[in-house]
Design a protein around this ligand. Structure first.
Ligand code: C2E
Ligand code: MG
Ligand code: MG
Ligand code: MG
Length: 282
């Protein structure tokens, strides 16, 4: 009782300082229901090989199909979930939904592309994350080698030692790891090396200006060189034009993602636009 009292105090104080709005409080309680009632829905955005433009993987992105507000995007509710314990339930829902979707595709005989899943900062520092993946792999062992976890640079740096332990464990089971939004935070290069992630994702903010802003271009080049020196792959996020594609390719960036290639789509559209055609080629 003592603990929960203290927790409540901290919670209310924080809400007070942030200027808690009724809308926000309402969204939080609605989100709690939404997770239980399966109002969340996954969309998937293709990742392509720079050289060929071929799809090699997908990123799962959650949306909330809100009864009143329509389709709500994660920027509007992930922070709310992170500030309460709801993020644990949300990440669990997403992982399960990804596994169910991938199993469905597998049952249809479609190629199992690598799927990456965003996991919140709040989750990394809790051991529950490892247990969550363990029970998922116990249930779906064939997913081990086609799952990737995306953690933002900021999430990793919040507790780099813990992130390293978590990623090492997941990697020992075959799960890959990406550092998301790279370049937007403050990574210690020593930690980055120890972290031993498979991939760096160049933050979209640098890709925007790559064709006209020298400093954005230099940062993108530096990240590509850094990844290569640490034997990591690089994905550029937010590629919206052919010029950006060509420039990134000339810099040696092997993988790309962005509206130029495809927006995120619901599972059914991904299936018919990308997976069935791929199967035809096999
Ligand atoms: P992120 O992981 O960096 O995902 C990329 C975001 O950029 C996605 O927004 C995607 O739709 C958008 N995007 C992709 N290509 C382009 C482009 O060419 N131009 C522009 N302007 N945007 C592009 P989305 O889906 O709204 O997600 C926003 C963020 O919310 C994600 O950033 C991620 O941090 C978080 N998120 C999304 N799904 C989940 C989830 O299932 N769990 C958790 N914990 N976080 C999630
Ligand atoms: Mg991501
Ligand atoms: Mg990102
Ligand atoms: Mg982001």
């Amino acid at each position: 009782a003592k603990n929960s009292g203290k927790g409540c105090y901290v919670f209310w104080q924080r809400e007070f300082l942030k200027g808690s709005t009724p809308e926000r409080v309402q969204l939080e309680s609605e989100l709690r229901e939404a997770i239980v009632n399966d109002e969340l829905v996954l969309h998937f955005q293709p990742k392509v090989e720079a050289q060929s433009g071929k799809v090699y993987g997908l990123e799962a992105l959650v949306r909330w199909n809100h009864p009143r507000l329509g389709l709500v995007y994660p920027d509007r509710f992930i922070t709310i979930a992170e500030e309460s314990n709801l993020i644990i339930e949300l990440d669990r829902w997403v992982l399960n939904a990804v596994a169910i979707q991938m199993s469905h595709w597998r049952n249809l005989g479609l190629p199992l592309l690598e799927v990456s899943v965003n996991v919140s900062a709040a989750h990394v520092t809790r051991l529950g994350l490892v247990d969550l993946f363990r029970s998922l792999l116990d249930q779906y062992p064939y997913l081990a080698h086609c799952l990737e976890i995306e953690l933002t640079e900021t999430a990793i740096m919040a507790d780099p030692d813990q992130a390293t332990v978590v990623l090492n464990t997941l990697r020992s089971w075959g799960i890959k790891a990406s550092v998301d939004d790279f370049g937007s935070g403050y990574t210690s290069l020593g930690y980055l090396k120890k972290l031993n992630a498979n991939t760096l994702k160049i933050d979209r903010s640098f890709i925007d200006g790559i064709t006209y802003d020298h400093s954005d271009r230099d940062v993108a080049k530096a990240i590509i060189a850094l990844a290569s020196s640490m034997s990591m792959d690089v994905v550029a996020e937010g590629v919206e034009t052919q010029d950006q594609w060509e420039m990134l390719q000339s810099f040696g960036c092997k993988y790309l993602q962005g509206y130029f290639f495809s927006r995120p789509h619901c599972a059914q559209d991904i299936e018919s636009y990308y997976l069935w055609p791929l199967q035809g080629q096999a």
